[in-house]
Design a protein around this ligand. Structure first.
Ligand SMILES: [Zn+2]
Length: 343
C-alpha cells in the first residue's frame, strides 16, 4: 500500500475544492439569471466528496429528471440526507456514470419513462434483463457489441476469512504504468464483507481516490443471503422472508456513508434471480451483471467476456487462474474495459 505525501494530498484536495467552488459560482450565476437569488446562496451546500464519514438517512428511490447549471439533464434515482443536507444520486443516461449533487444545486421534476426509453441506460436495462429459461447466471454476460478487451469483476461476498486477495489488485496496479491512470475493475461488494473488512475496504477506496484503480462499485446486496441446504429456486434473494429493498438500499447506504458513489450495476448473489426479481431491479434502475468467464468454473475469457473471480479468499483457484491468465496475456492483450462499455 502506498500513500501520497500529505503535502501532495492537501494540494490535490485544495485543487478539487477550487474546481467545485468554480462550479458553485457558475451555478450561482445560472440560478441568478433565472431570477432565483435564494437558490444561489443555498447552493453553497457542501459537495458530497467534502463530507466526513457519517450516517446517511432517508435514502429513497426516486425517478426524476434533474438539471444543474452547465450540465446535461440527468436522471435522479435516489435521494438521501447526510450532514443535514439533502443529496441526489444522478445517472447520466448515456455515459451511465453516476454522481452525487446537493439537492439545492438542482432543479428536478418527475420523469416519464417513455421520454427516456431510447437512452443507453434503458437499452442496457432491456438487454440485461431479457427473458431467459434458467434462474442462474442472470444478467448481461458478455459485451453486447464488439470490443477489444475484457471486463473484470471481483466479488466480495461475506466471508469468515480475515483477509482478502490483495494480489489481484496489486497485479492490476502493476499494469497501470503501461496503460495510463488506473485499470478499470468492477468490484461487486456486499455489506457484510465491508463490515468485517473495514481496513481492506478503506484500502480499496484509497486506491480509487489516488486513481491507482478505476473501480466501479457493483451492488452485491447488504447481507448476500445464502443457505447451503436450500435448492437454487428458494435460495439467495429467492429465499423466503428476504427483504430485497433492504438488501439493495442497505448496501447503497453503507457505501454513501463511506463517501463512495454507487454505480448503476448490480450482481445477484449466486447470480440467481427470477423474473420478479429482475422486474424489481429494473424499478431501481439497476443493471444486473452475470458472467461468461467464471474462472474457478474453468470458463475461459474470450474478447468481450465478463470475467468473474472472488476476492474474498473463498475461491483461491479462480485467483490463481486469473494471475496465470494475466501473465500469459501481459502484452497489449490484457486490455481491461470499464463495465459500462459492455453496452
Ligand atoms: Zn456473491
Amino acid at each position: 500500500m502506498t500513500t501520497l505525501p500529505s503535502s501532495t494530498a492537501r494540494a490535490l484536495a485544495v485543487q478539487s475544492r477550487t474546481v467545485k467552488l468554480v462550479l458553485v459560482v457558475a451555478s450561482q450565476l445560472a440560478f441568478l439569471s433565472l431570477g432565483s437569488a435564494q437558490a444561489s446562496t443555498q447552493c453553497l451546500a457542501p459537495a458530497f466528496e467534502w463530507l466526513p464519514r457519517g450516517p446517511v438517512t432517508h435514502l429513497s428511490r426516486v425517478f426524476q429528471a434533474c438539471r444543474e447549471a452547465g450540465e446535461p439533464t440527468r436522471l435522479a434515482t435516489r435521494t438521501f440526507e447526510k450532514g443535514k443536507q439533502k443529496y441526489v444520486h444522478l445517472v447520466d443516461p448515456e455515459s451511465l456514470e453516476t454522481t452525487i449533487v446537493p439537492a439545492l444545486c438542482l432543479q428536478c421534476e418527475e420523469a416519464e419513462q417513455v421520454a427516456w426509453g431510447n437512452t443507453r441506460l434503458f437499452r442496457a436495462l432491456a438487454l440485461a434483463t431479457m427473458p431467459q429459461r434458467s434462474l442462474e447466471n442472470v444478467g448481461v454476460r458478455h459485451a453486447t457489441r464488439w470490443v477489444n478487451g475484457y471486463f473484470l469483476t471481483v466479488d466480495l461476498c461475506p466471508s469468515r476469512k480475515a483477509g482478502f486477495d490483495e494480489e489481484i489488485f496489486d497485479a492490476l496496479e502493476a499494469l497501470a504504468p503501461e496503460r495510463g491512470p488506473g485499470v478499470p475493475v468492477g468490484v461487486a461488494v456486499s455489506g457484510l464483507w465491508v463490515r468485517a473488512h473495514r481496513a481492506q475496504f478503506e484500502w480499496l477506496v484509497e486506491q480509487q481516490r489516488q486513481q491507482r484503480l478505476r473501480i466501479t462499485w457493483i451492488n452485491h446486496t447488504y447481507s448476500h443471503p445464502f443457505d447451503a441446504r436450500l435448492p437454487v429456486g428458494r435460495n439467495f434473494l429467492l429465499e423466503k422472508g428476504v427483504n430485497v429493498d433492504y438488501e439493495i438500499l442497505g448496501l447503497e447506504k453503507l457505501l454513501l456513508e463511506h463517501g463512495v458513489v454507487p454505480s448503476v450495476f448490480f450482481r445477484f448473489p449466486g447470480l440467481v434471480a427470477d423474473r420478479g426479481l429482475e422486474d424489481l431491479l429494473r424499478s431501481f434502475l439497476l443493471i444486473p451483471v452475470g458472467s461468461d468467464a467464471w474462472l474457478a468454473k474453468n470458463e475461459t475469457p474470450q474478447l468481450g467476456s465478463i470475467i468473474l473471480i472472488h476476492g474474498n479468499e473463498n475461491e483461491p483457484a479462480g485467483v490463481d487462474d486469473f494471475l496465470k491468465w494475466l501473465d500469459k496475456h501481459r502484452g497489449l492483450d490484457a486490455n481491461f474495459l470499464n463495465i459500462s462499455d459492455v453496452f
